[in-house]
Design a protein around this ligand. Structure first.
Ligand code: 13P
Length: 340
């Protein structure tokens, strides 16, 4: 393993003012996104939409890396150039989602475990050959009566650690993603506790599996009230609780933490990212606090596109704007007036 190479890539991915675009929706997820705008999920439509985003002029000022799905890393753009090359030519780092999705966890109603370890070493070698420099693996944790259980925390942390060790062996930076889901009516304290215990377990396993923390990033949820909670916490409380929770569980040698948007509205995710960066600037935090948004960056351009290439400029404008405001929030410099 070339430790200095993966450490450099990890630092580059969380460079000041920049963050990651998650464009790694699986076939099922992208179909759901396209259904919402009444567009058929064909290979050509998926390619056209994603290529539009990747070719948005100036977006590399705010985007350091793009996470791709297996189909996309093998696709060529409309002019025949591989999409990976399109991304690289803009100075953006290509990455790849390598888990194969979540399945019900045996004997644990309501809980899930992530699959994809079988054959992973060989797949990683192939992805590295196709130009990927980082990888992502997502584990999910639901909040409910008695869950997440220790069992769920343990199996998911184990899989994340095996994924991370194999990625580093292949010279790729793992983005370790434990996501406490925001579905439900739980309060912010329950999310805090679930996030803290998931993260503690993840870092215990990463240590046991000899993962080099300087060469791995954490992607996780903000500490939030449930989507259906009666009274949802505002940005200041989210900012403070998120940073306090992370400080308890994430080692200082980790170069950066990138947040998922997780079904928050795009303006909500941006305001919360801004608040947690402002809190961290005052209270001190040892890591870069950035973004790796899927919906938070794509909801607006997806709607602007609506499956019609005649909307190309509107789509790019919408994407550029989300990237611009999200990057501002990543520096604690966002204000709602920027939405106008
Ligand atoms: P969202 O920002 O839409 O939650 O997607 C990020 C992601 O990559 C989830 O794995």
């Amino acid at each position: 393993m070339n430790t200095s190479q993966i450490t450099e890539t990890a630092v580059e991915l969380v460079a000041p003012g920049k963050g990651i675009l998650a464009a790694d929706e699986s076939s099922n997820t992208i179909k759901r996104r396209f259904d919402s705008i009444n567009v058929e999920s064909t290979e050509e439509n998926r390619r056209n939409y994603r290529e539009l985003l990747f070719r948005t002029e100036g977006v590399n000022e705010f985007i350091s890396g793009i996470i791709l799905y297996d189909e996309t890393i093998r696709q060529n753009g409309a002019d025949g150039a591989p999409l990976v090359q399109v991304i690289r030519d803009r100075g953006i780092i290509p990455g790849i989602k390598v888990d194969t999705g979540v399945k019900p966890l045996a004997g644990a109603p309501g809980e899930q475990v992530t699959e994809g370890l079988d054959g992973l070493r060989e797949r990683l070698a192939e992805y590295a050959g196709l130009g990927a420099r980082f990888t992502k693996w997502r584990a999910t944790y639901a909040i409910g009566p008695g869950i997440p259980s220790r069992y769920c925390n343990d199996v998911n942390a184990h899989a994340l650690a095996r994924f991370a060790a194999l990625s580093q062996e292949a010279g790729l930076v793992p983005i370790v993603e434990p996501e406490v889901l925001m579905d439900g009516s739980h309060d912010i304290t329950q999310c805090f506790e679930a996030t803290e215990s998931a993260l503690r377990e993840v870092y215990a396993h990463l240590a046991a599996h000899r993962v080099v923390l300087e060469g791995a990033l954490l992607k996780t949820n903000m500490v939030l009230s449930g989507k259906d909670a009666a009274c949802r916490a505002g940005p200041e409380e989210v900012g403070e609780k998120t940073v306090v929770c992370l400080k308890r569980a994430v080692p200082a040698s980790v170069p950066g933490i990138v947040f998922l948007s997780g079904g928050q509205g795009d303006d909500e995710a941006t305001a919360n990212l801004n608040a947690l960066n402002r809190y961290a600037a005052e209270a001190g935090a040892p890591w870069e606090l950035s973004f790796s948004f899927g919906r938070g960056l794509q909801a607006a351009p997806l709607k602007a596109w609506s499956g019609n290439m005649a909307n190309k400029e509107r789509t790019r404008k919408a994407f550029y704007h989300r990237a611009y405001v999200t990057a501002a929030a990543r520096r604690g410099a966002y204000s709602p007036e920027m939405e106008e």
